[in-house]
Design a protein around this ligand. Structure first.
Ligand code: GN1
Ligand code: MG
Length: 361
């Protein structure tokens, strides 16, 4: 990639002088760009492996950022999203050897991989909860499904079965079936329960809302000094979905006592104190959650954790095509760690339900 050539199409303040790899995302390629006048931007090459229709995805992002900016303006507040930088022809991306987009870099911000204090985690809960309630009136029918069936857990299991069948018939991949036999058994033993929330969505028992769908802790930027919310980022998967999955995905990542790819399973737990902190923040900020949604919050956390375990496992069986990996077997390690987290939630199931009940008293 010749970054100067790509950036020449965008309305930057001055000439770009450097471009370096940046961040911890597993899907897109991200770079930090500095210009001649020391202004900084984020340049991203959007993964076409993950996102089949990037122009549609960018239309979603423009729609949502415009909407939230207008809403904030009308209320006399500031929006917590970052709008893309336009190109000289008024577009939000350029197509070169892939699709590229640019956004202003959020100065004096931090993105955290684990909560350093309860307040940090509470702030993230409020950020994601508010994001959903602020988009409650957004015309959901205008959003494109950027990854079809992204959090359809039933479909994620279908893809696991498909990957198992394909791996069996492929000489290079077949040994992976054996290596992952315990993880496959763990997933399949929970397949029915894992599909429950999707079933409740299909029957209308749980409302479909405009949701973020990738609520990892590091998709929130906090002010480095005040630790208050600056921006919710990574809007690639904003689509109609379940609030429970947004809630659950941040619990999965942020309330875990270990990293997503921890190899020492004994270190992996869902911390009940952090679970309580997050739950309180989320239910207070996400206005209008139904009684049924609140009741199902623990299952939201468990289901999204198992779903991601299944996605890592599936990618492992497919030969590591989707998630960026740092070593062979990385996806299997991730699947194992997410399953250890599921097992810990199962041990703490009654406590999780009690915490949710107390949080809404
Ligand atoms: C991916 O790109 P990133 O790291 O924010 C993935 C999420 C997973 C996450 C696991 C579009 O998110 O669904 O939960 O990795 N995003 C996509 O770390 O697949
Ligand atoms: Mg991200």
């Amino acid at each position: 990639m010749n970054y100067k050539e790509i950036l020449a199409d965008f309305n930057l303040d001055s000439e770009p002088v450097s471009c370096e790899a940046f961040g911890n995302g597993l899907i897109n390629n991200t770079f930090l760009v500095t210009t001649d006048s020391c202004k900084r931007y984020i340049l991203q090459r959007v993964s076409e492996e993950a996102f089949k229709d990037v122009p549609a995805l960018m239309e979603n992002i423009s729609g949502v950022t415009d909407y939230l900016e207008n809403k904030a303006k009308a209320e006399g507040t500031t929006a917590h999203v970052i709008a893309p930088v336009k190109t000289k022809s008024g577009n939000t991306y350029v197509k070169a050897d892939g699709y590229y987009r640019v956004s202003p870099f959020a100065e004096n911000s931090i993105s955290i991989e684990e909560p350093e204090t309860d307040e940090d985690f509470y702030e993230c809960a409020v950020a994601f909860g508010t994001f959903i309630s602020d988009l409650a009136d957004y015309p959901a029918e205008t959003l494109h499904e950027t990854i079809p069936n992204f959090h359809n857990t039933q479909d994620r299991f279908r893809l696991l079965h498909e990957a198992m069948d394909n791996a069996k018939a492929d000489q290079t991949l077949a040994p992976r079936i054996d290596e992952a036999k315990d993880e496959i058994a763990f997933a399949l033993a929970r397949e029915q329960e894992a599909g429950r929330l999707q079933g409740m969505r299909d029957s209308g028992e749980l409302p479909t809302r405009v949701t973020h769908n990738d609520t990892k802790l590091n998709n929130v930027l906090l002010d480095a000094d005040t630790r208050k919310l600056l921006y919710v980022i990574d809007l690639d998967t904003v689509m109609p979905g379940l609030a429970l999955y947004d809630y659950g995905d941040c619990v999965r990542f942020g309330a875990s006592t270990a990293a997503e790819d921890e190899t020492d399973l004994a270190k992996i737990q869902c911390d009940m104190h952090l679970f309580e902190v997050f739950t309180k923040g989320f239910v207070s900020a996400c206005k209008g959650l139904t009684g049924r949604e609140i009741e199902m919050l623990p299952l939201g956390a468990k289901t999204i954790t198992l779903e991601l375990a299944v996605r890592f496992l599936t990618d492992y069986l497919n030969g590591d095509k989707y998630f960026a990996t740092k070593y062979p077997g990385h996806n299997l390690v991730r699947a194992r760690s997410q399953m250890a987290l599921v097992a810990d939630m199962e041990r703490k199931w009654d406590e999780m339900n009690r915490i949710v009940k107390d949080a809404v008293k």
